[in-house]
Design a protein around this ligand. Structure first.
Ligand SMILES: [Zn+2]
Length: 289
């Protein structure tokens, strides 16, 4: 039995809730740490749910050595924020924008080098394993680094695009890196004549419609959502956990820091995803048997 969202499994979960509280009371200073306790609750939620999704943020990429943009040692704090009107400039003068970009790419940024060298961390591999077990139906990521795919995840929507792909801004057709060979500047889509740019969503650029639809569709189906290294405070990402919560689904947070969503989570694991997710998927695999 891989999935069972029926009455019986809901009872199992309800009794586990009780058990969790009982253990917490009886063994308050005992051997079972708070993290193990939360891990067990999270594993049961995933096992009992019929449609589990994950919302992934920069915290997970950071564990693979990719610098974040904001906060503390973030790149923007050091270098200043990039111009907010990039997409507008692309639309107004595509030829000039592409010429500028070539110059930019020649002086490879700290971010570009870090991202080129980054490898998936154990958390990425754990999510791919959870998908193989049939207990993770979809990953929605805010990261652009392609590390989920390298680790083996296949059901994935990338809110901010994928740095290894090119996309037509007219019809959203995508090409893997090297598969689209531009014949002119600015590069034009062979299907619709739209401009073809990197798939990564720029400042001021709307999130592609097909991506948005996919995110909302998977969130609508979900009865459990993992929040991984994200505070989910920026829309549209902020909408998905709220949707799942409103439909009666469970939220599981894995994040060393608290977030505005922590209070409505059924399980909170205060640890990095690279440490926690492998243990979580191991426990789910035991429950699967
Ligand atoms: Zn097109």
């Amino acid at each position: 039995m891989l999935r069972n969202a029926g009455f019986e499994s809901r009872c199992t979960f309800a009794s586990l809730d009780g058990l969790g509280m009982e253990i917490g009371t009886r063994y308050h200073k005992g051997a079972m740490s708070e993290l193990d306790d939360q891990l067990e609750i999270a594993a049961r939620i995933i096992f009992d749910a019929s449609y589990v999704i994950a919302l992934v943020g920069a915290g997970m990429s950071k564990e693979s050595g990719i610098p974040t943009f904001r906060g503390g040692d973030g790149l923007w704090d050091k270098l200043g924020e990039p111009p907010m009107d990039g997409y507008q400039r692309l639309l107004e003068d595509p030829a000039a924008w592409f010429a500028e970009r070539e110059v930019e790419q020649a002086s490879r940024s700290e971010f570009t080098s870090a991202i080129e060298e980054a490898k998936p961390n154990p958390g990425h591999y754990a999510l791919a394993e959870m998908e193989r077990l049939g207990h993770l139906q979809h990953v929605i990521t805010q990261n652009i680094d392609n590390l989920h795919q390298v680790a083996g995840s296949t059901a994935i929507t990338e809110i901010h695009g994928n740095r290894t792909k090119q996309r037509c801004i007219g019809c959203n057709r995508r090409w893997d890196r090297g598969k689209f060979v531009p014949k002119e500047t600015p590069p034009r889509c062979p299907d619709c004549e739209g401009i073809v740019k990197n798939d990564t969503v720029m400042f001021g650029e709307p999130i592609p419609q097909d991506v948005l639809e996919s995110c909302y569709e998977h969130s609508r189906q979900a009865d459990a959502i993992l929040l991984l290294g994200t505070s989910a405070t920026v829309t549209p990402a902020a909408d998905f956990p709220v949707m799942v919560h409103r439909q009666g689904g469970r939220l599981i947070e894995v994040n060393p820091q608290g977030t505005p969503l922590s209070d409505i989570c059924s399980a909170v694991l205060r640890a990095p995803t690279g440490e926690t997710l492998p243990k979580l998927v191991e426990r789910v695999a035991e429950l699967v048997g």
